[in-house]
Every structure is written in structure tokens, then in C-alpha cells.
Design a protein around this ligand. Structure first.
Ligand code: NAD
Ligand code: MN
Length: 362
């Protein structure tokens, strides 16, 4: 029997609603596989916790999490707490302290889904964005002075280290070597951001020398955003800084069916710390509590978790099950044009998986 420990942080808004469906998927995986067991512990951290305790997680929160194999995360954010607090006191410390420097975000048009981009099909839309997840623009450094006066000013520092860039670029190039198109696109903005981005460009060029089989290109982030829409078939592995990767992946999600679908892995490839799996979307206060959030992003995140834990065939089976339900087409949440609830959508995927698993050796 293989045991994994999993910390579950459902968080705020639709976080708990979609996380419930992901947990049902974990149960199904255990049942179908038979030789894998998750020991899970739940932590009710988030904005409600903040309102009671004045912090998003306990002081020793990271200490509590550090020995788990994986973390399943829902979403943070509520109108009652400023977003920069909820984000900076929960999700970003986990990503940064646990050196989850790879934020892996597949941008893939699943079968059964139509892209809002006319004439683009499943072969055209199948790439991965690798977002640097520990430094760059999301670095807790800056200041704000003379508040409320005409002289008020704010400064925010971005930090790019050789160490941080080399490790994310090596990860991205290695991934590109395993994929079909053997191409890597790096997001830059070295015309206007004239210290950090030229450094990034130089390292991309330097490291590309170690991966001669990979076609490498650098695009300015503004042009790249346009190309995501006009010629997405060009992309295979796209690598970018923390902010650029964040923005590109919401755009990426939109061209393959929306935020309700898109998963992510916050990965520490060295496995020195837990890796964390979560939808890329936030707490969606506009639909929270209605039971209509799409659980696909959260369920697909379990697929990425399985890949990370060395069970790629289960990861693939999860994606196949989601696709099969989308192809059937009767069960869809409102964001996909249907009337199904979160629970109905989750149940449909899980029972589809039980069907597809027949005859598979998991
Ligand atoms: P959001 O992703 O929560 O929502 C954007 C839009 O997408 C909304 O219209 C929402 O209804 C829709 N949407 C998102 N997930 C969906 C799902 N599963 N099914 C159907 N529709 C879905 O982004 P936002 O509105 O900018 O932010 C809301 C809150 O979430 C803020 O407090 C923000 O700081 C936080 N946030 C947290 C994370 C995170 O936890 N990692 C990420 C992004 C935003
Ligand atoms: Mn985001």
C-alpha cells in the first residue's frame, strides 16, 4: 500500500464547493486503484479565520504544512478582507516558503469544448505555461509614503535572481524536450523594463544552448498576449515571470473554455517541500454559495497531483473522464452553458471515470 499525506485548505467563496468534488475524486482514485491511500487533514484557514483571529492562518501554519506530501487548495478572497492581505498571508507564503517555484498551467482545449477563437481546434490549443512562482514581481518588497498628500508615492520592487531564473528555465526546457513540438517561448519586456528583463533574456539565450533540440523564441509580453489569440497553435511550452505567467494563464483559460476549467500545480520538483494543487481561478464571490461553480478546474488539479505523485496514467484517466463528460454534453455547469450544479458535474465525472477504468490496470 502506498500512503500519501494531503493537507486540504478549501479557503473562501467557491473554494470549499469545488474542493469537495476534488476530494470525491481522490476517494474514487483510492477505490479504483486499491493500493493507494491518502491520509488527509483539513484546515479551515482563510478570510473567516482572519476575521476571528486577525490572521489568515496560524502563526505556525507553514510549520504544520511542511511535512505533508501534497496540499490541495481551493481559493482565497472575500469582500471582508483586503485582497492583498488574503493573498499575501496565505497563498503566496505557501508558494514561496515551500519553493514551489514551478507554477504549471496546462492550456488545453478539451474534447467536447469549443474555443471562443473561431476556427481553432484541439490540435491548435494544447500548450503549457510555466510561471515562475517564487520571485519576480510578486516579491514582498516596496513602500508607500506621504499617504493622503499630493506627494504620496508607492514603489514596488521586482526581484530576479540568477538562481531563480535558471531553475525555472531549466524546468521549462526539460519539459519542452518531452513534448511534441519541441519549442519554448519566453515572455519578456526587455524594451521597457530595462534591468530585469534583459537579464532574463540573456539567461534564456544562455540556457537554450544546453537544449539544442528546442526551438527557442522570445516575445514581448504585449505581443505574446495577442498571439495567444491570433496564433495559439504556435505554442508548446511558454515560460514567464510571476506576473506575466499569471496574466497569460487567465487569458489562456479564456481561450480554452474559461476559468472554471483550468487547473494548476505549484510544484517543488526537488520534493524537499509539499507541492500544492489548485484551480487557477479565485473565490468567485459573484457565484459563491449558489452551488453552480464548475468543479473541473479543481478535479483536473487532482490529475496534476497524480502526475506529480508518479501516477501519470491516473492523471490521464482523470482528463479522459472530464473530456468524456464534456463530449456527452448533457451535464454542464452554467459557465459552460448548462444548468448542472457543482455536485452533478462532479458526480458525472467520477462515475465516468469508474466506467473508463474498467479493464485498466491502475
Ligand atoms: P475569480 O477567478 O474568482 O473570478 C473571475 C470570474 O470567473 C467570475 O465571474 C467568476 O464567477 C468566474 N469563475 C471563477 N471560477 C469559476 C468556476 N469554478 N466556475 C464558474 N465560474 C467561475 O477572480 P476575481 O473575481 O478577480 O477574484 C475574486 C477573489 O478571488 C478575489 O478576492 C481575489 O483576490 C481572489 N483570487 C484568489 C486566487 C487564489 O486563491 N489562488 C486567484 C485569483 C483570485
Ligand atoms: Mn491569477
Amino acid at each position: 500500500m502506498q500512503f500519501f499525506s494531503m493537507a486540504v485548505i478549501p479557503g473562501d467563496g467557491i473554494g470549499p464547493e469545488v474542493t469537495n468534488e476534488a476530494l470525491k475524486m481522490i476517494k474514487k482514485v483510492e477505490e479504483l486503484h486499491g493500493g493507494m491511500k491518502f491520509y488527509s487533514e483539513h484546515f479551515e484557514w482563510g478570510c473567516d479565520y482572519y476575521l476571528k483571529n486577525g490572521r489568515m492562518m496560524p502563526e505556525n501554519g507553514l510549520e504544520i504544512l511542511k511535512d505533508f506530501d501534497v496540499i490541495l487548495f481551493g481559493a482565497v478572497g472575500a469582500k471582508t478582507v483586503p485582497d492583498y492581505i488574503s493573498v499575501w498571508e496565505l497563498i503566496l507564503p505557501i508558494r514561496q516558503k515551500f519553493q514551489q517555484y514551478v507554477n504549471l498551467r496546462p492550456i488545453k482545449l478539451l474534447r467536447g469544448m469549443e474555443s471562443p477563437l473561431r476556427y481553432k481546434n484541439h490540435e491548435d490549443l494544447d500548450f503549457v505555461v510555466i510561471r515562475e512562482n517564487t520571485e519576480g514581481e510578486y516579491f514582498n518588497s516596496g513602500g508607500r509614503v506621504h499617504e493622503g498628500t499630493p506627494y504620496e508615492l508607492a514603489m514596488q520592487n521586482s526581484v530576479f535572481t540568477r538562481f531563480g531564473m535558471e531553475r525555472i528555465l531549466n524546468y521549462a526546457f526539460t519539459l519542452a524536450e518531452k513534448r511534441k513540438k519541441k519549442s519554448l517561448t519566453a515572455a519578456t519586456k526587455s524594451n521597457a523594463i530595462n534591468f530585469t528583463m534583459p537579464f532574463w533574456d540573456e539567461l534564456v539565450k544562455e540556457i537554450s544552448g544546453n537544449y539544442p533540440g528546442i526551438k527557442t523564441q522570445l516575445y514581448h509580453i504585449d505581443a505574446l498576449a495577442a498571439y495567444f489569440v491570433s496564433r495559439p497553435e504556435e505554442f508548446d511550452v511558454v515560460v514567464g515571470s510571476n506576473l506575466f505567467g499569471d496574466i497569460l494563464t487567465d487569458l489562456g483559460a479564456a481561450i480554452v473554455g474559461g476559468l472554471g476549467i483550468s487547473p494548476s500545480g505549484n510544484i517543488n520538483p526537488e520534493r524537499a517541500y509539499p507541492s500544492m494543487f489548485e484551480p487557477i481561478h479565485g473565490s468567485a464571490p459573484d457565484i459563491a454559495g449558489k452551488g453552480i461553480a464548475n468543479p473541473i478546474a479543481s478535479i483536473w488539479s487532482i490529475g496534476l497531483m497524480m502526475d506529480h505523485l508518479g501516477h501519470d496514467h491516473i492523471g490521464k484517466l482523470i482528463v479522459d473522464s472530464i473530456e468524456a463528460v464534456l463530449v456527452d454534453g448533457n451535464i454542464r455547469t452554467p459557465d459552460l452553458g448548462g444548468t448542472a450544479t457543482t455536485v452533478e458535474m462532479g458526480d458525472a465525472i467520477i462515475s465516468k471515470m469508474a466506467q473508463l477504468a474498467v479493464g485498466h490496470n491502475l
